[in-house]
Design a protein around this ligand. Structure first.
Ligand code: IYR
Length: 222
């Protein structure tokens, strides 16, 4: 007897072990090509691609299936310009005053600075908002659970989907990001989580010569 509201999970697909091995390896080989880039071309990207990537993010596992996220997709040049101006103001403050010496040193290999031309160059900015709580039809607050975890997972899936589609992204976190609520007209129960810049890399783009930790350094098998 199935539980109330349960249906058969007919979408699950098992693969023979050898095929699983190959799939796991080839997915890793493909994902390790992903790099954050900071120089975007202004070439357009069909909106349908972005829509499918966001639909992928929307399939993420999350607390009590409350789906506590909102993706605000910006392609309007005027809005991008406003976001760039507000982000650069925060970033100037960060680089000149707020960041500790240790933090600036950690950023040194990435070559970041307060100038954010990518916020206007890239065809899409996806502002990801986490919903701290929901609002019921009668206006009462609805509690949401594991909001940061949920939105973090959805964002990882979005970044993966964008890479899989053949586009590049940049996880940009101007701090604080409250200006995004104003510019994008998002309600008080939503908090900016991250600004994802999406598009094609500029021709001959370069990336920092940095490496990822080895399996031994990031995992233990007991
Ligand atoms: N938000 C700033 C600084 C910055 C911080 C970290 I941690 C990074 O990994 C990269 C940048 C900026 O976007 O420049």
């Amino acid at each position: 007897m199935s539980k109330k509201n349960f249906i058969p999970h007919t979408d699950y697909k098992e693969f023979p072990v050898e095929e699983m091995r190959q799939r796991a390896r080839s997915f890793y080989e493909d994902m390790r090509r992903r790099r954050t880039i900071r120089d975007f071309a202004d070439r357009p990207v069909p909106r349908a691609i972005i829509e499918d990537c966001i639909k992928t993010a929307g399939t993420a596992p999350n607390g009590a299936n409350k789906q506590p996220w909102h993706f605000s997709v910006v392609s309007d040049p005027d809005v991008k310009k406003q976001i760039r101006a507000a982000a650069e103001e925060e970033e100037r403050e960060f680089y000149e005053n707020r960041a500790t010496e240790e933090w600036l040193e950690a950023l040194e290999p990435l070559g970041t600075n307060p100038n954010k031309p990518f916020l206007e160059d890239a065809p899409y900015l996806i502002a990801i908002f986490s919903k701290s709580y929901g609002i019921k039809e009668n206006g009462d607050k609805e509690t949401f659970y594991y909001v940061k975890e949920s939105v973090g997972i959805a964002t990882g899936m979005l970044i993966t989907a964008i890479h899989n589609a053949g586009l590049a992204s940049l996880t940009h976190t101007p701090s604080p990001m409250g200006f995004l609520n104003e510019i994008l007209d998002r309600p008080e129960n939503e908090r900016p989580f991250l600004l994802l810049v999406v598009g094609y890399p500029q021709d001959d783009v370069e990336v920092p010569d940095i490496t990822k930790k080895s399996l031994d350094e990031i995992a233990s098998f007991i």
